[in-house]
Design a protein around this ligand. Sequence first.
Ligand SMILES: [Zn+2]
Ligand SMILES: [Zn+2]
Length: 342
Amino acid sequence: MKEAPKKINVVPFPELRQDPVSGDWILISQKRSLRPDQFEGEEEREIFPKKDCPFEDPQASGNGPFMIRIPADTRKEWTMQLIPNKYPAVSTYGKTSIEKYGPYQVAAAIGYHDVLITRDHFNNFPKLSPADAFNVFKVFQERYLQVARDRRIAYVSIFHNWGPKAGASIFHPHYQIISIPVIPSDVAHSLAGSTRFMKKNHRCVHCDLISFERKEKKRIIFENESAVAFTPFVSREPLEFRVFPKKHLPYFEDTPDKEMKLVVQVLHKSLSLFEKKFRNVDYNFFIHTAPIKNKRKYGHYHWHIEIQPKINISAGFELSTGIEITALDPNEAAMVIRGKKK
Ligand SMILES: [Zn+2]
Ligand SMILES: [Zn+2]
């Protein structure tokens, strides 16, 4: 049952806002007629039948053997398993040397492309038990530490696509890890921005953002003693939010279990709240962390998780300028996701 549509207060601007980390500008421009429930759309999520699902028995469907399994004891039923992607975007073999091709530079796309499958066909991340949600992140960490030993790898991208609009080609909930020999440009901007801020202010930019958001309280979705979720003041998508460990932790892979459990709890709780309101909205979440290459150079970085619902369609203005137009005030977004006033 859908609740009766509620009109929300319209913010008294279009306003340009600059992200202090990436330097990117965005434009908050809320339509007068907008109701947050419009983001849900009319379409119900399509459920792919379990009997045809290739992830019910990954090995019987032609996938490779698992690399990590929980529980490790194979006499017991698996709850999650990490396998090599059947159609990898990168290749495990090759050198990282860059070659010239006319005016261009090319290199072999070496790396690893892994898929983590959780057992239940219907239980996406917010529906996992807290223990399984934590185990998903423990597998991420374990695999991260394995690939970090390969000296060719510069960065490990860990992400989840939920729903076809977010790029999931298989319905069954799964998570991906792609390890690559270069530092990707978005991460490079984030690293450069945090370095710039540190040089100027002698503080971590993300620690500053966290303390500002916790003081303002307007955009907080959920927090516990060790982690916090909020909609960024500079949101690129309506309903976008981020999860940060409160403690300054640069390296995802080195985060102690005690902190990780509480970070995962905040992600799990926030996505449950999100799904209660917007169960048919597809989304991606991904981790941003200090890279493997020159690891110790980035002690001022602060790892976090970004959750981006698939709502915006990039049109001419976005494509020609890189400025995203966000149609919902992040203050309203946090309030709608929390499901209660204040
Ligand atoms: Zn399935
Ligand atoms: Zn920090």
